[in-house]
Design a protein around this ligand. Structure first.
Ligand SMILES: NC(=O)c1ccc[n+]([C@@H]2O[C@H](COP(=O)([O-])OP(=O)(O)OC[C@H]3O[C@@H](n4cnc5c(N)ncnc54)[C@H](O)[C@@H]3O)[C@@H](O)[C@H]2O)c1
Ligand SMILES: O=c1ccn([C@@H]2O[C@H](COP(=O)(O)OP(=O)(O)O[C@H]3O[C@H](CO)[C@@H](O)[C@H](O)[C@H]3O)[C@@H](O)[C@H]2O)c(=O)[nH]1
Length: 480
């Protein structure tokens, strides 16, 4: 029986391995992690992450050929194929701070593999890493290899949160990069055979190591660039009376462009886009390509601009101050169908409003009050380091309350900001919400989920990203 061990039981390691176990009953899969609480949660009825369909997959295989364990060394030692799916956050200090990927967790995993292995291994980079990381990992593994042969493969993951199971069941492609040697090709073939249990062969792409590593960073940069492009256009729409949804639809009808990833928003969030672009920028700078670095940096600048533009719009339209006013925030996760808040635009928007002394009342169906308080108290780039996984004592964010109901959050509020596109926000009784709010009552829709015309009929003053502005908003221009 082939044995797989995955180091890192996070948003990628957990779902990816659960699907491999489901689709390959003859393979034993063990997911290991240094976080005992995470592993305990994977072994319980309350999984550590919310992902539609995940419970079902885990229930089918856990205890059969899928296991979660803290005994990292034992399972690494026994495995034929080791996936490394640890976090690779942005460095917060030292050389490259604020840009370069922090490979501390990766390096310690590689050193541990080298220490405990007694047989040949295929080591698979599942984490997103800088191009050329495999070379460094190879050096660590082979430095004291005791005659053991290691083959390093790059197999980046393309799943998106909220649709992870669907993406894993039916991926657009699986990418495997390996050394162009007979041993390298053999290792690529071995991993290909795992995926071939459910992925059609023409969707399994094989490349050299560097192409696979770089393709992951390039894909995320290009996806994020589309969002920044449409968000930049949304600002121009507001200035001219064009409607960004109509523009995006018309543009996306061009088959060379396509309709996906053209939804204007308050900004993109999530643990990947910003981190991976910053990493790409750093790699370009290190390779003497400052023009290329500046080009990609602009994608993040527009994202930051979009978030501050939103805050400015809220403040300026409410008589240029939100001091002491209750603002309801609907949605805190970085997108719908996940409880993940890493780099969510809601953090920056809330911090901006708190900076103007607003009183904030937050409701999100999947994010806990503790998590929200921790996020609002955290420094930039600290969010994806393991200390974040430990329960820390949250600095009191006094002007924030967290509710478990959208109606409670909006009661007595002066304004409502919609920051995540949860489906339930489309179905709320906005007439009832209006009744219970201060007047004039404002709605700022950062996700274009509500129908502005219907809300205006109720009496709201409505701001929707990139849509024609109310006269009120035109009279109260936002200074950026
Ligand atoms: N989240 C996503 O949607 C997504 C999608 C594709 C790729 N990625 C990439 O995958 C990687 C993992 O992302 P994630 O979101 O799953 O991160 P995560 O923080 O949810 O999980 C990483 C896990 O690794 C564990 N870990 C760290 N060092 C370890 C060690 N030495 N030994 C054992 N366990 C260790 C941590 O405790 C943590 O539980 C990152 O490189 C990320 O960029 C993420
Ligand atoms: O048209 C769009 C599409 C997305 N978003 C926002 O962009 C962010 C990222 O969304 P999405 O890409 O769907 O989720 P992620 O889970 O971050 O997935 C991205 O990052 C992963 C980690 O690398 C990759 O594996 C995925 O392929 C890539 O889509 C979220 O805040 C979305 O709300 C928009 O504002 N407009």
């Amino acid at each position: 029986m082939v044995k797989i061990c995955c180091i890192g039981a996070g948003y990628v390691g957990g779902p990816t391995m659960a699907v491999i176990a489901l689709k390959c009953p003859s393979i034993e899969v063990v997911v290991v992690d240094i976080s005992a609480t995470r592993i305990a949660a994977w072994n319980s009825d309350q999984l550590p992450i919310y992902e539609p369909g995940l419970d079902d997959v885990v229930k089918q295989c856990r205890g059969r050929n899928l296991f979660f364990s803290t005994d990292v060394e034992k399972h690494v030692c026994e495995a034929d194929i080791i996936f490394v799916s640890v976090n690779t956050p942005t460095k917060t200090r030292g050389l490259g701070a604020g840009k370069a990927a922090d490979l501390t967790y990766w390096e310690s995993a590689a050193r541990m593999i080298a220490d405990v292995s007694k047989s040949d291994k295929i080591v698979v980079e599942k984490s997103t890493v800088p191009v050329k990381t495999a070379e460094a990992i190879e050096k660590i593994l082979t430095h004291n290899s005791k005659g053991i042969s290691y083959q390093i493969l790059s197999n980046p993951e393309f799943l998106a949160e909220g649709t992870a199971i669907q993406d894993l069941f039916n991926p657009d492609r699986v990418l495997i990069g390996g050394r162009e040697t007979p041993e390298g090709r053999k290792a690529v073939q071995a991993l290909k055979e795992v995926y071939a249990n459910w992925v059609p062969e023409d969707r399994i792409i094989t490349t050299n190591l560097w192409s696979a590593e770089l393709s992951k960073l390039a894909a995320n940069a290009i996806l994020a660039q589309r969002i920044s492009s449409v968000n930049a256009i949304s600002a121009l729409c507001e200035a001219t009376g064009a409607n960004v949804s109509e523009v995006a639809y018309a543009v996306g009808k061009d088959s060379r462009i396509g309709p996906k990833f053209l939804n204007a928003s308050v900004g993109f969030g999530g643990s990947c886009f910003q981190k991976d672009i910053l990493n790409l920028v750093y790699i370009c700078e290190c390779n003497g390509l400052p023009e290329v670095a500046t080009y990609w940096k602009q994608v993040i600048k527009i994202n930051d601009y979009q978030k501050s533009r939103f805050v400015n719009r809220v403040v300026s339209s409410m008589f240029n101050t939100v001091s002491g006013k209750k603002i309801a925030v609907l949605g805190f996760a970085f997108k719908k169908d996940t409880g993940d808040t890493r780099e969510t635009p809601a953090i920056d928007v809330c911090k901006g409003l708190l900076g103007d002394k607003a009183k904030i009342s937050i409701y999100d169906p999947q994010v806990s009050a503790d998590q929200i308080r921790r996020d609002l108290a955290m420094n930039k780039f600290d969010w994806d380091h393991p200390i974040h996984l430990q329960p820390t004592s949250p600095t009191a964010v006094k002007e924030v309350t967290v509710t478990w109901d959208a109606y409670e959050a909006t009661k007595g509020a002066h304004g409502v900001c919609i920051l995540t596109e949860w489906d339930e926000f489309k179905r709320l009784d906005y007439a009832k919400i209006y009744e219970n709010m201060q007047k004039p009552a404002f709605i700022f829709d950062g996700r274009n989920v509500v129908n502005p015309e219907k809300l205006r009929e109720i009496g709201f003053i409505v701001y929707s990203i990139g849509k024609p502005l109310d006269q009120w908003l035109k009279d109260m221009p936002a200074v950026v």
